[in-house]
Design a protein around this ligand. Structure first.
Ligand code: FES
Length: 162
């Protein structure tokens, strides 16, 4: 069944240009691709370019505008250490350093086996629990050596982080 954009989105669909409609569809498609692969693989973006008749350079230009899109493979587990002021004061740099040393990596990198990507973030709004880290969608507050070791075990054993 053919989807008629103007019928689906009403008046808005009538006033949008074809290019604006394609941009809206493009961002949605990029989100879906990233959900599937955890990043935006080049071969998939090439296929998307053909399918939408949008130049590949435009797709890269749009995707790189948004911080949420990644162009290199990311780990199965995404660890984010908060480096906001409260967390910094309460030792988040030590938490980050412990993880970097344990996995022989730097912030922003992914382990070669794709088990983990290590990142930093600004304040995530849980300052009362500082220092804070997240493992995927889960917030871990009052990070100490034991909790760092728990995270290390989750990554090394492939356990579920729930
Ligand atoms: S500074 Fe880390 S949660 Fe606010």
């Amino acid at each position: 069944m053919e989807i008629k954009v103007n019928e689906v989105i009403g008046y808005t669909g009538e006033v949008l240009t074809e290019r604006q409609k394609k941009t809206g569809i493009l961002i949605h498609a990029l989100q879906k691709i990233q959900e599937e692969y955890n990043y935006l693989p080049e071969d998939v973006l090439k296929k998307l370019s053909e399918k939408l008749a949008v130049p590949l350079s435009d797709i890269y230009s749009t995707a790189s505008f948004y911080k949420q899109f990644y162009f290199t493979p990311r780990g199965k587990n995404i660890i984010k250490v908060c480096m906001g002021t409260a967390c910094h004061v309460r030792g988040s740099a030590k938490v980050l350093r412990s993880l970097e040393e344990e996995f022989d990596m730097k912030e922003g990198e992914t382990t070669p086996d794709l088990s983990m990507t290590l990142e930093t973030v600004g304040c995530i709004g849980c300052c009362g629990l500082a220092p804070v880290a997240t493992i995927n969608e889960n917030i871990v507050g009052e990070m100490d050596e034991n909790k760092v070791n728990d995270i290390i075990e989750i990554i090394k054993t492939g356990k579920d982080s729930e």
